[in-house]
Ligand binder design. Sequence first.
Ligand code: HEM
Length: 544
Amino acid sequence: MSLSLSILGLTFFVYIYRLYRRLTRTPLSDLPGPEPKTFVAGNLHQFLHGQAGEIDLQWQAEYGDVVKFKGPFGQDILLISDPKAVQYFYHTSGYTFPKPADRKEINRLFTGPGILCADEVDHLRHRKIISPAFNFGVIRDYVPVFNYHAAKLTTKWKESIAESPDGQSVLNLCNWYAKTTLDALGIAVFDYDFGSLDNKENRLGKIYSNLCIESFATLSRREITAQAVTSLIPPRILVILLKLIPNPRLDKLHEAYAVGYSVAKEMLEMKTKEFTNGKGTHDIMSLLIRANASSDQASQMSEEEMVAQIITILLAGYDTSGSSLVWASLELARHPEVQTKLRREIRKKALEIQKRGETEFSAVDLESMPYLAAVLKESLRYHAVSYNHYRESAKDTVLPLSKSITTRSGRVINEIVVPKGTKMITSVNGYHRHPDVFGPDADTFNPDRWLNNTTRTEKQVSVGMYGGLLSFAGGVMSCVGWRFAVLEMQAILVELVNNFEFTLTPEAQMVRKEACSLLMVPTIEGHGAQRMLPISVKIAPQDD
Ligand code: HEM
């Protein structure tokens, strides 16, 4: 009896399994990739656990440059690092690959109806008004603002070093850079002093400082499964549920939105009043208000959209630059010879500036320093803080490939037919560490690759705006503020490397690349979910 029951049970199990395989078969089923771990969450536990971009490289080595893995309930997801596919994805395709609806709803939760959750028509309208305010011609005038805040940071660090008995200070760079980039953004974009370097009580800085860790980092298995289940819910219902479900991570997002909203509304009212009184100042927000007022009525952004853009710029514009500077400083501490070479270039340029009777680096000076550009590009390549970009195909399309793929059934293919609605993720790490693009040493930090170009092969394709990198994404939804970020990071690096020497601390050797959904932030092994990178800082030698 028990034997026949076991056989019956086994037959039933095999039948259900076969049915599941048949039901979940799609045109993409033949592509190489890992076997799903569970039906509900597919491979999501593997994909979302671990450090940012870690699994990408593992799967890339095992399955190739296009990996098919399973999302919730048998859904196919493509993880892409093939150079030609990546180029098609961002550039040739225009709006063929918009952001998935569920991600837009999450974005809407903490920005409101801004550019990060706009559909094609609205997105075009938003960009038309926002983009001109971020042109190089506009941004270069903000270099004095970046210089000013970098110098203020220098003063703070010198005070801290002066107080220490051994002439060096261990500083958590995450806090310092976040304060500096928030203050610089406040002045350049809104003519508003957050005063965080002066430790002014600052609601926004306080709530945003650990937001991505508290809302998105170290997801438990249960949370990942819950995320998989919610992906079945239609976005319109999801947005209501996300507001109602009691959950500490969501509560944090709602709280951040409430604070961001009140700060942004206050700023918009202040700036609009200045504009209507004919007192518009020379900040990016004033340019935006002017551009909005002078565009035809149908293309104008509503007040709610303007508030949402302010929140977006606040969120997208300081933490990204601050975190990128943290990773760049870590590499400088790991490579003293790079620091010395960079310091020499900075001091040579400073002498040139002095000879022409000036004291400050201008945008042209910053842009004419090849080693500075090389260090920054290499750091953005090696540590892309925005490590995965989520998209979905809006129609059936064909993805071209640089290298052919052998499918599970042994077919050799040079392109992939992608059905409408397929979820796709670009692996920024997979692309940035690709030997066909960056040479056989793509896995090492080597700024010199940008100077001599010898390590890059002829197969290299350019995708992003800065160094062909994906750090700022590419195409129609690329980063609006990339020039702002590049000039700001250059100005801060010049000031700091000229004045200070960075060295590793024992904790910095235990750094983790914490995956926080939108952003990769440093934490230290064994110190919990705290954003930190302690680096030892002392006055730089004068004779370098
Ligand atoms: C190192 C610093 C920065 C990095 C790495 C970065 C990266 C990115 C990336 C990857 C995207 C596209 C996200 C996606 O498609 O899913 C993006 C979008 C955006 N970024 Fe940045 N960003 C940085 C700095 C800035 C700054 C300084 C600003 C403004 C002051 C800014 C404003 C924006 C805006 C408004 C968007 C939305 C663009 C759109 O949807 O059309 N970013 N950024």
